[in-house]
Ligand binder design. Structure first.
Ligand SMILES: [Mn+2]
Length: 355
């Protein structure tokens, strides 16, 4: 029998502080379509139930549109059960009052269990009140295969949004389906069981880089888990050293070479590092434009300026004076001088351009 473990879809995420409006709007739609695609995957792959380990919605009070879409999708796919456990972002308002037979929910009072042949899936929603007491409420039949659903970070301590893994040792858990951490990650509970975060279905910002997807569980006499990359677009975070480039063209050559293998429909966050001659007057936007065949690119120029004091020895301008003065200053080490000159030149060139 097969199950899907997913979490942290965060339907309705704003995304507008990271991306321009059109991109944010499209990515928000792609969150919905990722959920929709996952249901198709489940249908085509004989998945008995989809385990949603919290934070399906980004807010406790989702928009009607998102909420209706989600619950209608569940209703229209009665052959799949949807086990929906609330997280910290969808505490109460996201549950529906409608009675949907294939929607299985949980609560904060006690563990709720659902059985599928020899598999028992149990879960409880962690709250301020139960966050230390819930561990002792978990009592499992060790003859069965046990999947447990919780929403919280795997920690050494107890508390809201926390799961102290050591408290779950020896309980008979085969697979702990966690939500809350937005990247796929696994670890051991004890000799018998493991825990896993499925991560989100789509990266939503530059802090959610890398492969995103869900976990496919194949249950026979054990629980086998496989991460399935599923995102429409991947977010990449790259640091590119452009030291040695003599001009903007050469900077762009270095960058293009590094991003060559990346799918054009992905999102890129690029930090340029290294040392560049001040004459290049590099602006991150130059590179963004030169990579405009990619869906979305943000470039931050973090290069320091490569200053050869010799070049300025006869320079009578304010810049020449500034560079000679800073280079000769024995109070600063080289690293500090570089920073002062980089900052000073940006200020001076700004003033000159404006003046
Ligand atoms: Mn969460």
């Amino acid at each position: 029998m097969r199950f899907i473990h997913c979490a942290d879809i965060h339907l309705g995420s704003k995304l507008s502080s990271t991306f321009p409006k059109e991109i944010a709007d499209e990515r928000r739609r792609e969150l919905l379509s990722a959920f929709d695609r996952m249901i198709s995957y489940a249908k085509n792959n004989d998945v008995r139930a989809i385990l949603l380990s919290g934070d399906v919605f980004d807010k406790d009070k989702p928009t009607q549109k998102d909420k209706q879409f989600f619950y209608k999708a569940i209703m229209r796919n009665p052959e799949i059960d949807f086990l929906y456990l609330n997280g910290n972002h969808d505490k109460e308002g996201s549950y529906t009052v409608e009675d949907i037979p294939n929607l299985k929910t949980f609560n904060k009072t006690d563990f709720t269990s659902y059985e599928y042949d020899n598999v028992v899936i149990s879960g409880i929603e962690i709250s301020n009140e139960n966050c230390e007491a819930f561990y002792s409420k978990l009592s499992l039949d060790k003859q069965k295969l046990n999947i447990v659903m919780l929403h919280g970070d795997a920690c050494d301590s107890m508390g809201m949004d926390k799961v102290r893994i050591s408290e779950l040792k020896g309980k008979g858990i085969d697979y702990l389906a966690l939500g809350h951490i937005h990247s796929y990650k696994t670890g051991r509970i004890d000799d018998r069981g493991i825990y896993a975060f499925s991560g989100c279905l789509e990266g939503r910002g530059f802090d959610e880089c890398g492969e995103k997807g869900f976990v496919l569980l194949e249950v026979t006499d054990t629980v086998k888990h496989t991460f399935v990359p599923f995102a429409e677009r991947t977010i990449h975070d790259l640091k590119i050293d452009v030291t040695g480039a003599h001009d903007l063209y050469e900077v762009s050559e270095t960058v293009k070479e590094k991003v060559q293998g990346i799918d054009k429909k992905d999102l890129l966050h690029i930090e340029l590092t290294g040392e560049l001659s001040p004459e290049i007057q590099l602006d991150g936007k130059d590179i963004e434009k030169l990579l405009s065949q990619h869906y979305f690119v943000r470039v931050k120029n973090k290069c320091t300026l490569l200053i050869n004091a010799e070049d300025y020895k006869d320079d009578t301008s304010l810049i020449g004076e500034f560079i000679r003065g800073t280079t000769a200053n024995e109070q600063y080490d080289d690293e500090r001088k570089k920073k002062i000159i980089t900052l000073g030149l940006a200020l001076l060139s700004g003033k000159e351009a404006d003046g």
